[in-house]
Design a protein around this ligand. Structure first.
Ligand code: NAD
Ligand code: ZN
Length: 382
């Protein structure tokens, strides 16, 4: 039967994208083909995207050849171009944020208030290659994987509706894109996962966008003292903007920073958050907590080696936890976080230190690699 209703969405779109052909190599600007959205899928015109350390991790540290070629980028915002069959909650023109963590609403995890995991997320099945092999991207006749199920370093992308959040029509896409990953992650790790309490003493290790958002979360939750810890002292000024009260460079001391913190806080902090992605720092963050009730949260991303700690750390009453996307149920929470930004409850503008075009993506990656930026926003399309 001739189907007239989905004429436009059936078209293959040719567009610009930055392709990562292999680990550690520079991204290449290419023309890619983006297939029409299939059942339950949405094709999105990406307007802006942030560059997150997790993009760099996959490119430089993951070193898993099965995860290539791919289009990186997972912190974007855009506008719906067309929808596939069965999509009723989205229409062309809607403003959206792609979600690297889905929320199908039906699996046992989505139905449980204790977690934000979703069984239908790309990572449940395809963790080892970082994306679903039935990608909608091709380039030079080769299938191109979609990094974290999203791929925002492209003018167009196709994403399942369970991994897309519809947001306010007035939201500025070139700023709220940050809520697709880093800011929601750090903020939620403090307010949701750690459960920072009023009057508490906190320490945040690593002051990139994720760590600074964790500082903002501690502040909004009412912490009385927030230690900002980084080996790059240039980050301290920004940390102050988000509410940090004390600043420590571990390299400036000839004893472990956990001991320095213990002396300054009468035994250790109530909450610590690791926002670096370094197993040694994870251990230090745990050791920096006060015995009896201290809570330490892993936010930094790494999956290439084991970590260790002395069992007495936990026997003495500390809790060690991890946080994915700040513990936020993604589809429900991201639209609310956009409203929180628009009403002034959370900051976003202060995280943006650079703006570039998609063609400058390798420069943006280099800025982050060398610690010269907090977030660089790439303008993908008008
Ligand atoms: P970033 O590179 O901008 O920031 C990292 C910061 O850590 C830098 O300021 C750096 O100077 C500092 N640092 C490095 N070594 C340190 C050390 N030994 N002690 C103290 N500070 C140190 O990265 P980002 O985009 O803010 O991401 C931070 C981490 O969060 C990454 O590992 C990223 O992959 C991870 N992440 C996790 C999730 C999640 O859901 N859990 C989501 C997004 C990002
Ligand atoms: Zn990220």
């Amino acid at each position: 039967m001739f189907n007239v209703s989905i004429g436009l969405s059936q078209r293959v779109i040719k567009c610009r994208a930055a392709v990562a052909w292999e680990p550690t190599a520079a991204l290449m600007m290419e023309e890619i083909e983006v297939a029409p959205p299939q059942e339950g899928e949405i094709r999105i015109k990406v307007v802006a995207t942030g560059v997150c350390h997790t993009d760099l991790y996959h490119l430089f540290e993951g070193k898993d050849k099965r995860g290539f070629p791919t289009v990186l980028g997972h912190e974007g915002a855009g506008v719906v171009e067309s929808v596939g069959p069965g999509v009723t909650d989205f229409k062309p023109g809607d403003k959206v944020i792609p979600l690297f963590l889905s929320q199908c609403g039906e699996c046992k995890f989505c139905k449980c208030p204790k977690t934000n995991l979703c069984d239908r997320n790309w990572s449940s099945k395809y963790h080892d290659i970082m994306s679903d092999p039935t990608t909608r991207f091709t380039c030079r006749d080769r299938p191109i994987l979609q990094f974290m199920g999203t791929s925002t370093f492209s003018e167009y992308t196709v994403i399942n509706q369970i991994a897309v959040a519809k947001i306010d029509d007035d939201a500025p896409l070139e700023r709220v894109c940050l809520l697709g990953c880093g800011i929601s992650t750090g903020y939620g790790a403090a307010v949701n996962t750690a459960g920072v309490t009023p009057g508490s003493v906190c320490a945040v290790f690593g002051l990139g966008a994720v760590g600074l958002a964790a500082v903002m979360g501690c502040k909004n939750a009412g912490a009385s003292r927030i230690f900002a810890v980084d080996i790059n002292e240039q980050k301290f000024e920004k940390a102050k903007v988000f509410g940090a009260t004390d600043f420590l460079n571990p390299k400036a001391y000839n004893k472990p920073i956990s001991e320095v913190l213990a002396e300054m806080t009468n035994g250790g902090v109530d909450f610590s958050l690791e926002c670096v992605g370094n197993t040694e720092v994870m251990r230090t963050a745990l050791e920096s907590c006060v015995k009896g009730w201290g809570v330490s949260v892993l936010v930094g991303w790494t999956d290439v080696k084991d970590f260790s700690a002395r069992p007495i750390q936990l026997i003495s009453g500390k809790t060690w936890k991890g946080s994915l996307f700040g513990g936020f149920k993604s589809k429900d929470s991201v639209p609310n976080l956009v409203c929180d930004y628009m009403t002034g409850k959370i900051k976003l503008d202060e995280f943006i230190t650079h703006k570039m075009s998609l063609e400058q993506v390798n420069d943006a990656i280099n800025l982050m690699k060398t610690g010269q930026c907090i977030r660089c926003i790439l303008n993908i399309s008008k």
